[in-house]
Ligand binder design. Structure first.
Ligand code: HEM
Length: 286
């Protein structure tokens, strides 16, 4: 693809009297950039039921969002690691906005009653969102760590290796806690030099640090801005989980899941794990 400049674009619009370009030497540049050919060949429903297309495509849209959110969170984590709070705020804000977009996608499944779902459900076999590796990357970045959920990928070495790297790396929350320590808050060493593959246990020192951060409500308090950006991310992610459970309840009640779990009960337990826990508990003491 050949880049263009603002001058070229202005000259072209002038030459055509404002009409769009309609002649190209090869494929249209839009297709070259977006890879529409690949994208539109990815929908392969397993049944003839017209409802399955919504289920499949909304799942694909959500997978793409998981990837985008993971990308943003990795950038935010790198900025926090470099002590650049200002630089972390933009990807965190984008994360929250993408999560809002992701959450909007649930609307496309609201039509699905149990009998609608049953029309194609058997064809899905054992396939379940539980086996989404991108969702697992996302959870690991948010600090939700569970070693058991790596197991399904043992026979996919590349996916497993990448997941293991995410699993063993610090989360956005770990880097936030390290930043609080560098900014003078009293954080015990055991939280800074811990095994990152273990899920972070809420700690009173981190809670106290946030109470102190929020005490200064001046507009220049960047740690407070960071706290609010993270709160928005946690809340939007919580909305995804809540809406997923609501969709499950609506379309299959308390039946067992395709992925082998007991369905709603398993999901409710999974949902009980809190993202950025001290950011919430600290609010009681403000
Ligand atoms: C109404 C449609 C849906 C139903 C009935 C449903 C059902 C379930 C069930 C029962 C589980 C528990 C695991 C198991 O399968 O045994 C699960 C997990 C999961 N599903 Fe769905 N699901 C639906 C839509 C989606 C969509 C569109 C996505 C998007 C990718 C998705 C992603 C996930 C993820 C990521 C998990 C694991 C959650 C966790 O680890 O806490 N699900 N789903």
């Amino acid at each position: 693809m050949r880049p263009t400049t603002a001058v070229e674009r202005a000259e072209r619009a002038m030459a055509t009297g404002g009409s769009p370009t309609l002649e190209f030497q090869a494929e249209v540049p839009y297709d070259a950039y977006v890879h529409t050919e690949v994208l539109h060949n990815l929908q392969q429903p397993l049944s003839d039921d017209p409802g399955e297309m919504s289920f499949l495509m909304i799942t694909q849209v959500m997978e793409l969002y998981f990837k985008l959110v993971t990308f943003e969170l990795r950038n935010a984590r790198a900025a926090l690691r470099d002590d650049e709070v200002g630089a972390a705020l933009a990807p965190l804000r984008r994360t929250a906005l993408h999560l809002e977009g992701l959450n909007g996608s649930w609307r496309g499944l609201r039509w699905m009653t149990p009998s609608d779902f049953n029309r194609f459900r058997d064809q899905l076999g054992e396939a379940s969102g539980l086996q989404s590796s991108m969702y697992r990357h996302l959870e690991f970045l948010l600090g939700l760590k569970s070693v058991a959920l790596l197991r399904p990928f043992r026979r996919q070495p590349k996916v497993h290796r990448e997941l293991m790297r995410s699993f063993e790396s610090s989360s956005v929350w770990d880097e936030t806690i390290a930043l609080l320590a560098r900014r003078g808050h009293d954080v015990p060493l055991e939280l800074l030099e811990r095994d990152f593959s273990l899920e972070h246990e809420p700690h009173p020192a981190v809670e106290k640090a946030w109470v102190e951060v929020y005490r200064d409500d001046s507009t220049t308090n960047e740690l407070r801005m960071l706290g609010e950006a993270l709160t928005e991310v946690a809340e939007q992610f919580g909305d995804w989980r809540y809406q997923h459970v609501a969709a499950v309840r609506r379309s299959m009640g308390a039946k067992p899941g395709s992925g082998g779990s007991n369905g709603l009960a398993w999901l409710e337990r999974s949902m009980a794990r809190v993202v950025f826990p001290e950011l919430w508990s600290a609010r009681t003491h403000m």
